[in-house]
Design a protein around this ligand. Structure first.
Ligand code: IVH
Length: 675
């Protein structure tokens, strides 16, 4: 039985390695994803039952290592060299001439390879198993990124040979393909994070993630192009061409665009051909690398301090162009964020005509000081929206003026507020047409007014058809307004209308959160409700009074005051109340409903962070402790509570869930009982 399990684990690992290789390296899978998943699950199960069977090269080990706090320095077995650059045919001819002179013959054979724009890494295989991976660093010492490199699916954890060298260092480039880069940036933007400027930065940022689980979600790839230390096993090959073939045979990804070429002419032909196909490659390249093929000749040519004399990078001209700014538009996104966009005199950049470029945000615009009439450098990074690199100040025409960023929304005319970061936002959330869909979706969401059945599709249709303009219109809807829409039957229509009607009875914190005031999340909504108790009092508060609320600083106070000063927003709020939206009155808390109680938080809360929950509990007078003892009054347990919940159970300390926590904070419940 023991032997069987061990044998099956080994068999599964070999199978999974094989199918990984077919899928990721050869791009030619033999089995379906579902079949792969089944094999994988079987191995996970086996290793869980028999942890002694798990090996460091198991396909299950790609993620799993814990986040490290820093990247340890690693000294490379052999230095990682860089490359000299040439930028023109003349410089390439000079390079080739120097090589020929030193070698004393005229027929130099080179290997030409695409030069990927990524991050160089050194992979150290010991007896065929990937043991360490490091960045290039300064060439002598890099950073240990083993856990992160393990998550790269194309990177074999074990070499595909029964007779591996004892030590093999493989050098290659970690990169993000264009589509992966686009997907990553979309999700960055969706999460409110800053998009990466180009695939290179994105690859570097992804690989140098302290948490390998984050690297694992990034679609990183790898091409290998050189060897470092090589001890034992078959001797290293005598040519670059053979080396690349051997690396590929070992299961390492090697760029299929590599070619053997002869002389300067051969190099140039390759360069021109690849240049034409550059835009169609799945990844960005910034040039071509030529390497003298024969390793003995490489040794004759030798090395300069940082780069070999036997190789050179031939760079492509940058994907940049200069053009004139015709106009600067300010676009309003679905969340009310205002983005300045430069309208340009059309210009070809990297083979595509560009007439718009983003300036990201008002700070960026001010920093670059882009003005209407300016000549600017424009760059395309992958397929992302082109961006402005900078102003050509020498060519600035006379009479230009700094761009005045609008202080009112170009769509609805509401005031513009700055958030804590760099984003300018329209404060007319309740009426701005650009934000309608988002505002209504947010209003109806579970943690806000909790209108079940009012999903994305329906909101879209209601807004498109002009049936609903503001959230107050929801309360005027009749079933017939809904059945008029596509795919809406009588029954579901009635359900939605009932849910809308039921949402009239709410709580003040929910209502405040539902309004979508910039900078006001659930925790702030709660703090505001508790502080002011009445909506009228909150709406009448000035910025100074607002900053008296726990956790409300000047930026948030400004955003809130501006929101309520916008007459359209006030109208919508009045309409909501007239439609019957109401909440139980809150007593203005004296002393705090939890005063004197000790509370411990554990597990993950869905609606707020730990810090927010702590602040809110402290606002109720509770003392928030970190460990459970007999003196603890309550343990609040979120998802996946840990040992603290178990300890509470042992000690008989009451455990409450997130719903109860919310009820306390909403002021819906004050029966905290006494222990
Ligand atoms: S060979 C001794 N080959 O370019 C040879 N480098 O500018 C060392 N690079 O640090 C490198 N693609 O990060 C080589 N096919 C390729 C490459 C390549 C990209 C990077 C590598 C290197 C940098 C030098």
């Amino acid at each position: 039985m023991t032997r069987d399990a061990a044998a099956r684990a080994a068999e599964l690992r070999a199978l999974l390695d094989h199918h990984n290789y077919r899928y990721y390296v050869l791009d030619d899978p033999e089995i379906s994803d579902a079949e792969y998943d089944r094999l994988f699950a079987e191995l996970v199960q086996l290793e869980r039952e028999r942890p002694d069977l798990a090996t460091p090269d198991s396909p299950t080990q790609r993620v799993g290592a814990r986040p490290s706090t820093a990247f340890a320095p690693v000294v490379h077995g052999q230095p990682m060299l860089s490359l000299g650059n040439v930028f023109s045919e003349q410089e390439l001819a000079d390079f080739d001439r120097r090589v020929r002179e030193r070698l004393g013959h005229d027929h130099v054979v080179y290997v030409a390879e695409p030069k990927l724009d990524g991050l160089a890494v050194n992979l150290r295989y010991e007896n065929g198993v990937l043991m360490h991976a490091a960045t290039r660093g300064d060439g002598m010492t890099g950073e240990d990124v083993t856990a992160n490199v393990r998550t790269i699916r194309v990177c074999p954890l074990r070499l595909r040979t029964p007779t591996p060298p004892r030590i093999l260092e493989v050098r290659g480039e970690v990169y993000l393909p264009r589509d992966g880069f686009l997907r990553l940036n979309e999700s960055q933007i969706a999460q409110g994070a800053k998009p990466f400027a180009n695939p290179r930065n994105a690859a570097a940022g992804s690989l140098r993630q302290l948490d390998p689980a984050v690297s694992a979600r990034r679609p990183l790839r790898l091409f290998c192009y050189a060897a470092g230390e090589w001890l034992g096993g078959e001797p290293p090959p005598g040519t670059q061409e053979a080396l690349l073939t051997v690396l590929a045979d070992l299961g390492l990804p090697v760029n299929p665009e590599r070619r053997v070429v002869v002389g300067y002419e051969g190099c140039l032909r390759y360069y021109e051909d690849l240049g034409r196909r550059r835009a169609h490659l799945a990844y960005e390249i910034d040039g071509v690398v030529y390497k003298v093929n024969d390793v003995r000749e490489q040794q004759i040519l030798g090395e300069l301090s940082r780069s070999p004399r036997w190789a050179v990078a031939h760079k492509f001209p940058a994907e940049e162009a200069v053009t004139q700014v015709v106009r600067i538009d300010v676009q309003v996104g679905r969340t009310g964020a205002l983005t300045p966009v430069a309208v340009l005199a059309p210009v070809a950049v990297g083979g595509v005509t560009v007439s718009h470029a983003t300036l990201h945000n008002p700070d960026e615009l001010a920093r670059k000081d882009v003005r209407v009439g300016d000549f600017v450098g424009v760059r395309r990074a992958g397929d992302v929206i082109p961006e402005i690199v900078g102003v050509v100040f020498d060519r600035r025409p006379a009479g230009t003026v700094p761009f005045a960023f609008p202080d009112h929304c170009p769509v609805c005319g509401s005031p513009v507020v700055r958030d804590k970061g760099v984003i300018a936002r329209c404060a007319g959330g309740l009426i701005c047409q650009a934000q309608r869909r988002q505002t209504i979706r947010h209003f109806a969401s579970r943690r806000a007014m909790d209108i079940v059945g009012l999903g994305d599709k329906l909101v879209e249709q209601l807004v498109e058809s002009g049936t609903v303009e503001t959230v107050a219109d929801l309360y005027r809807l009749k079933p017939s307004d809904l059945t008029r829409l596509e795919r809406m039957g009588e029954k579901s229509a009635t359900k939605v209308i009932t849910a809308i009607a039921a949402s009239r009875q709410t709580t003040l914190p929910r209502f405040l959160y539902a309004l979508g005031i910039p900078e006001v999340g659930e925790a702030t909504a709660l703090a505001l409700a508790r502080h002011f108790a009445k909506l009228e009092a909150l709406m009448a508060a000035d910025e100074e009074q607002l900053t008296e609320v726990a956790d409300v600083g000047p930026i948030v106070a400004h955003a809130i005051a501006t929101f309520f000063s916008e007459p359209h927003n006030r109208q919508v709020i009045a309409a909501l109340r007239a439609a019957g939206v109401q909440w139980p009155a809150l007593e203005k808390p004296a002393g705090g409903a939890l005063s004197g109680k000790t509370v411990v938080l554990t597990g993950t809360l869905e609606g707020m962070t730990r810090d927010e929950a702590r602040a809110a509990l402290e606002g109720l007078g509770a003392k928030v402790a970190t460990s459970v003892s007999a003196r603890t009054d309550y343990v609040v347990a979120g998802r996946d509570p840990g040992s603290k919940a178990a300890r509470a159970q042992e000690l008989g300390v009451p455990i409450v869930g997130e719903d109860e926590l919310r009820a306390w904070l909403d002021g819906r419940r004050s029966d905290f009982g006494d222990r």
